[in-house]
Design a protein around this ligand. Structure first.
Ligand code: AGP
Length: 607
C-alpha cells in the first residue's frame, strides 16, 4: 500500500515530508520520493528501497529548499520498484508534480489517449496519466484542472498535487483511498494516515470520497466536484505521540500484544451502562432482529478469523444462523443476500480492497450492514449503514493482535446486546455482561501465565512445519494462531480441525513433528485429548494450550501454555494471546523483521 504526505507553511518542507514518510514506513513500500516547490521551480528526488536512501540523497532534506511540497512511499502494483516508477511524477513541462495512493483502473485507455495527444510517459505506472491529465486540463485554475482530471479517473485515489504557477499551495483529492488533512497554525498538511501527522498537529479533517482540498499556509479549504467550498470542522486526535511509537518494547508487535488488556477495556467500557451492553451506534428493535434470517460475517485474514471465533457467541445467544465468508470469495460468489440478511464487515484498517468490494456487493443486494473497524474515517466506516469502532488505538505492526482481540470483543458484545433485545437472556444479561467485562483482566492473565513462551520459542523455532489443531472454538483460534506464526516467523504453519486429522493430514505426522493442540473447550476436551494421543502415537511432540488445572491434558502434553479457565464461548480473545507471544518469540529467534514481514502490507488496498 502506498502512502502520501504534503506540507505547506513557513518552514523548509523537505525535512517535514521525510519525517512524515518515515511514519508511513510500516505500511510497506519499495521506493520513495519528494517534490518540493522553491519559487517557481519544482525539484524532485526519488529513490528505490528505504527512506533512509532518500534522506541520504537529500541530506535529510537540507539540500532541498522550498516551503511546500509532497512526498510518497510506493508499494509497487503497476510497474517494478524503480526510480522511474517511483512517485512523485512530473508533467512533461515540469509545472506539475503528483503523488498517488490507489489504482487507476482505466489508465491504459487514458495512456493511449494522452500519448496520441503528444504527452511523453517516463514510467510504467497507472499514476502518471494523472499528471498529464492535469497539464492538459490546466488553464490557470488548479481546482478546475483537478476536478476535470478526477472526472476522467476510474478506480481509487488519494492524490497530492503541486503546481509551479500556484506557489505555496498543495492540492489533494480523495476517492476510495484514505486522505486526511492536518490543520496547524500557519501551516497545513495532508497524509494517508494520522500517524504521519500527529507529530505536527492533532487537528484533523477527514476527506470523504469525491472531496478535494486546497491548502496554503493560512487556509485549509475543502471543495466538491462543482468547485464549491465545503465546511468541514477539524476533529481532535487524542492519541499520544508515544502511542504511535514503540513505548520501550523492541517491536510494535510486542507493544501491541501487551496493550491488549487496555485496548479491549477501551472498546468495552463506553458500551456498558447499568451492567448491560448497549450500542449507541445501532438502533435495532426486536422486530428488526426477528426479521433477520441470517447473519453473514465477511472479512480478510485475521479479521476473518475474528469472525470465525465470534460466531459461536452470536449463534448461541441470538439463535440466528451465522455464515463466515472470506471477502475475496464472497464478492464473486453471487451470494444469497437480501433485506433479511445482516452483514457484519470486519476490518482493522477499514481500507482492505476485497472487504470494501464485498461490503458494496452486500449493500447492493439489500443487506443491512454493520462495520467493525479500528481506523476512524476509513472507507469501510463511511460505506456501512452503521459503524462500531474498536478503540484499539493505532496498530502499527503488520501482524494484527489488538485489532483481532478487540474485533472479537465487539462480536461478543453484539451477541449479548442482540440476545437481550430478542429477550433470550432475560435475567442473565448482567452475568453475560460480567463475562465480557472480565475479558481485559483475563487477557492480562493469559500474558502473565506464559513466561515460558520465550523459552518454548527456542525449542520450536527451527521446525520445518507446525500443525495447530483444535475443535469448534479452539479450531477458530488455531486458524489465527497459525497465521500469526507463519506471517512473522516464516515457519510453515497450518491449522487443522482436530477431527479432520484422520481424513488425510495425519499422514504428515512423523517422529518429533511439533503439534500445537488447543484444548480450551470443556465440552469437547475428551475429543481433543484423543487427537493428542493419536498424533503422539505417531511420534509427534505436543505443545498443549489449556487451563492450568486440566490434569488429563497436562499428563499427555510435552509442553504447555496456559489460559485462565473460561467459558469457551468467550475464550477466543484470551486463548489467542499465548499463541501471539509464541509466534513473536519464534520470529525473534529467527531474526525476522517482525513489524514489517516480507511481502506483507499493513492494509491490502489492492485486489
Ligand atoms: C493480520 O495479521 C494480517 N496481516 C492480515 O491478514 C490482515 O488481518 C488482513 O489483511 C485484513 O486487514 P484489515 O483487518 O485491515 O481489513
Amino acid at each position: 500500500m502506498c502512502g502520501i504526505v504534503g506540507f505547506t507553511g513557513k518552514h523548509n518542507a523537505a525535512p517535514i515530508l521525510l519525517e512524515g514518510l518515515k511514519k508511513l514506513e510500516y505500511r510497506g513500500y519499495d521506493s520513495a520520493g519528494i517534490a518540493v516547490m522553491n519559487g517557481s521551480e519544482i525539484s524532485v528526488d526519488k529513490v528505490t528501497g528505504r527512506i533512509s536512501n532518500l534522506c541520504e540523497k537529500t541530506r535529510d532534506g537540507g539540500a532541498v529548499p522550498g516551503l511546500c511540497g509532497i512526498g510518497h512511499t510506493r508499494w509497487a502494483t503497476h510497474g517494478a520498484p524503480t526510480e522511474e516508477n517511483a512517485h512523485p511524477h512530473l508533467s512533461n513541462d515540469g509545472r506539475f508534480a503528483v503523488v498517488h495512493n490507489g489504482i487507476i483502473e482505466n489508465y491504459l485507455a487514458l495512456r493511449e489517449e494522452l500519448t496520441e495527444a503528444g504527452y511523453r510517459f517516463e514510467s510504467e505506472t497507472d499514476t502518471e496519466v494523472i499528471v498529464h491529465l492535469i497539464e492538459m486540463y490546466y488553464k490557470g485554475s488548479m481546482r478546475e484542472a483537478l476536478i476535470n482530471t478526477a472526472n476522467r479517473l476510474h478506480g481509487s485515489y488519494a492524490l497530492g498535487v503541486i503546481c509551479s504557477e500556484d506557489p505555496g499551495k498543495i492540492y489533494a483529492a480523495r476517492e476510495a483511498s484514505p486522505l486526511i488533512l492536518g490543520v496547524g497554525p500557519e501551516e497545513n498538511f495532508f497524509a494517508s494516515d494520522v500517524t504521519a501527522l500527529v507529530n505536527n498537529t492533532r487537528n484533523m479533517i477527514y476527506l470523504e470520497d469525491g472531496e478535494f482540498a486546497e491548502l496554503s499556509p493560512d487556509a485549509a479549504r475543502v471543495f466538491d466536484v462543482t468547485g464549491q467550498d465545503i465546511r468541514k470542522s477539524p476533529v481532535r486526535i487524542t492519541w499520544d505521540v508515544q502511542a504511535a511509537e514503540k513505548g520501550g518494547y523492541d517491536h510494535f508487535m510486542l507493544k501491541e500484544i501487551m496493550e491488549q488488556p487496555g485496548a479491549v477495556k477501551a472498546t468495552i467500557a463506553p458500551r456498558i451502562k447499568d451492567g448491560r451492553v448497549f450500542f449507541e451506534e445501532l438502533s435495532f428493535s426486536r422486530p428488526d432482529l426477528q426479521n433477520i434470517r441470517k447473519i453473514i460475517i465477511t472479512a480478510c485474514g485475521s479479521a476473518y478469523h475474528a469472525g470465525c471465533a465470534g460466531r459461536y457467541a452470536l449463534e448461541k445467544l441470538c439463535r440466528i444462523p451465522v455464515e463466515i465468508e472470506l471477502a475475496s470469495e464472497l464478492r464473486y460468489s453471487d451470494p444469497l443476500i437480501d433485506e433479511h440478511t445482516l452483514v457484519i464487515v470486519i476490518s482493522q484498517s477499514g481500507e482492505t480492497a476485497d472487504t470494501i468490494a464485498a461490503l458494496k456487493e452486500c449493500r447492493e443486494r439489500g443487506a443491512k450492514t454493520i462495520a467493525i473497524v479500528n481506523v476512524v474515517g476509513s472507507t469501510i466506516a463511511s460505506l456501512a449503514d452503521s459503524t462500531i469502532y474498536t478503540w484499539a488505538g493505532p496498530e502499527i505492526a503488520v501482524a494484527t493482535t489488538k485489532g483481532y482481540t478487540t474485533q472479537i470483543t465487539i462480536l461478543y458484545m453484539l451477541a449479548v446486546y442482540f440476545s437481550s433485545i430478542l429477550g433470550y437472556i432475560a435475567g442473565a444479561e448482567v452475568a453475560y455482561t460480567d463475562e465480557i467485562q472480565q475479558l481485559p483482566s483475563r487477557i492480562q492473565q493469559a500474558i502473565d501465565l506464559n513466561p515460558s513462551a520465550e523459552a518454548l520459542a527456542k525449542k520450536y523455532h527451527r521446525s520445518k512445519a507446525l500443525f495447530f489443531i483444535g475443535r469448534n472454538t479452539d479450531y477458530a483460534v488455531a486458524l489465527e494462531g497459525a497465521l500469526k506464526m507463519k506471517e512473522i516467523s516464516y515457519v510453515h504453519s497450518e491449522a487443522y480441525a482436530a477431527g479432520e486429522l484422520k481424513h488425510g493430514t495425519i499422514a504428515l505426522i512423523e517422529e518429533k513433528q511439533p503439534v500445537i493442540a488447543l484444548c480450551c473447550n470443556h465440552a469437547i476436551m475428551e475429543k481433543t485429548l484423543s487427537n493428542i494421543v493419536e498424533v503422539k502415537s505417531r511420534g509427534a511432540k505436543v505443545l498443549a494450550l489449556t487451563f492450568r488445572n486440566n490434569q488429563k491434558i497436562l499428563s499427555v502434553a510435552d509442553d504447555l501454555l496456559f489460559i485462565p479457565d473460561v467459558d469457551a464461548v468467550f475464550s477466543a480473545a484470551i486463548e489467542i494471546v499465548p499463541l501471539q507471544l509464541l509466534a513473536y518469540y519464534v520470529a525473534r529467534e529467527n531474526g525476522c523483521d517482525i513489524d514489517k514481514p516480507k511481502n506483507l502490507a499493513k492494509s491490502v488496498t489492492v485486489e
